[in-house]
Design a binder for this molecule. Structure first.
Ligand code: 5AD
Ligand code: SF4
Length: 467
């Protein structure tokens, strides 16, 4: 069969908007078919999956949450730690089983693991029932790859990042809050991290395109955006004559969107101007995720983090002085190669000093191809686990302590969902990214409501609507 050609459409639009086959437009060629998508990893992956969904839906597919019922299965993978590999191979086992009874099932793998050569080789050798492997740089080719697949393994992964695409279609998971990419990739090359290899070098989107996207979201009724990048503070540094991140944030604030969050910050690029914008602009939320990774100068140096414990704490103090109600969260790795008990203790010291609202804590996991993978991974697993649990206990104490400050306070909450734990309640997040479960019905969804906090736990708050 001659495949619908994408080439012309691509040339004109920069991306495949529709398929032109024998001079006829073909859009819903897979009408009636269903897709199932499983996403692992960070917000970037979650947002990529929103693009994948839109592309599949353009072909006529609809989403199902029952894999057995699907015609296309997509697995969007994460490569950040070893357990991500185990998850993918576990999931592939289920896919293989399903394909034995459903011969036409199309199985696609994408995301950061797909960018790893060793993973592609393993799929060729051990999992040839997979149909499609595509990388983080060519999600825009999904429709083409899917349509031309002849039920054989087809690997399409580019090692070099391409241009930044605009006008990307998204089927967003929420009608009220939206992810907005402001940059792709990362240039920081922290020695333990695979991201610069799987997502390529830093490429910022033009500020005008970002502002246009946010304006469009405001028009569509969105109340909140989260600006996304691996290292948002370095926004624009790879472009000529572009706004700084602080300037971009202020410009996004001027769109009138009700709430703005941003992730992830690197302490290295965190400017005074940025602190000032967060302080001045009411719709920029006082929430900062500021990865620490380690509180010890020697380990920070080995990690290639470019700051010392002292510099990190000075930044935190500056932020807390300027924005007293700020919520600070972080990422911490325990058991980096060579980390001694005393060096780990420095990390606990920083946690004691900063008193984070919460922290994502990880056991160090060597990633092939990174400089740290060549260092001796000499902290035993038992020791790593013990450090992780001591750290978690400390962090959880501060989470509870910080949450208890909310008792009887009146806070704004963007209510977005039915509560997971109790269907008679709804839930949403405060300006400081605290999850609140609220007594009330579905009619509250989509509103920013004044809520009185009635009880506080380590990981969530309970509240009641007051007007
Ligand atoms: N091992 C453990 N944790 C890691 N992270 C990144 N790479 C590794 C690794 N090799 C953590 C960092 C980062 C977060 C997203 O994942 O803390 O900030
Ligand atoms: Fe990885 Fe460091 Fe870049 Fe974050 S800043 S994505 S930890 S290399």
């Amino acid at each position: 069969m001659n495949l619908p050609s994408l080439k012309d459409a691509k040339k004109r639009t920069g991306m495949p908007v529709e398929y032109i086959y024998e001079n006829k437009k073909i859009t819903k060629v897979l009408d009636g078919k269903k897709y199932f998508i499983r996403t692992y990893g960070c917000q970037m992956n979650v947002h990529d999956s929103e693009e994948i969904k839109a592309r599949l839906e353009r072909l006529g597919l609809t989403e199902t949450d029952n894999m057995e019922d699907s015609d296309v299965v997509i697995l969007n993978t994460c490569a950040i730690r070893e357990n991500a590999h185990d998850k993918m191979y576990g999931f592939l086992g289920r896919c293989k089983h399903l394909k034995e009874t459903k011969k036409d099932l199309i199985i696609g793998i994408c995301g950061c693991m797909a960018q790893e050569e060793s993973v592609c080789e393993e799929i060729i050798k051990k999992h040839p029932f997979v149909n499609l492997v595509f990388g983080t740089h060519n999600i825009n080719e999904l429709e083409e790859l899917l349509l031309k697949n002849d039920n054989k393994l087809d690997i399409n992964v580019y090692s070099i990042e391409g241009n930044v695409f605009e006008n990307i279609p998204y089927t967003r998971d929420s009608k009220y809050k939206a992810w907005v990419n402001i940059q792709y990739g990362c240039d920081k090359f922290c020695t333990y991290c695979i991201v610069p290899y799987t997502r390529g070098k830093q490429r910022s989107r033009k500020s005008i395109d970002i502002i246009n996207e946010v304006n469009e979201l405001v028009k569509q009724g969105y109340l909140e955006v989260t600006l996304l990048g691996q290292n948002v503070n370095a926004y624009g540094k790879d472009l000529e004559d572009e706004l700084s991140f602080a300037e971009l944030l202020e410009a996004v604030s001027n769109t009138g969107i009700k709430r703005i969050f941003f992730v992830t910050s690197h302490p290295w690029d965190f400017s005074d101007e940025l602190i000032d914008v967060i302080k001045r602009c009411d719709n920029v939320m006082p929430y900062i995720h500021l990865p620490l990774q380690s509180g010890n100068d020697h380990i920070l140096k080995l990690m290639g983090r470019r700051y010392t414990k002292e510099e990190y704490l000075t930044l935190v103090n500056k932020i807390k002085t300027a924005i007293p109600d700020v919520c600070l969260t972080t990422d911490i790795i325990v058991g980096f190669p060579g980390e001694t008990e005393a060096e780990f203790q420095d990390t606990l010291d920083v946690v004691n000093e900063v008193k984070y609202d919460s922290a994502f804590t990880f056991i160090y996991s060597p990633r092939i191809g990174t400089p740290a993978a060549l260092m001796k991974d000499d902290v035993t697993l038992e020791e790593k686990e013990a450090r992780l649990s001591r750290l978690n206990e400390l962090v959880n104490n501060y989470s509870l302590m910080n949450n208890q400050k909310y008792q009887d306070q009146i806070v704004d909450v963007l209510i977005t969902d039915i509560s997971e734990k109790d269907e008679s309640k709804v839930c949403g997040y405060t300006n400081t990214m605290k999850l609140v479960n609220i007594t009330g019905g579905k009619d509250l969804i989509g509103k920013i409501a004044k809520v009185k906090i009635t009880s506080c736990k380590s990981f969530s708050l309970d509240g009641e609507i007051i007007d």
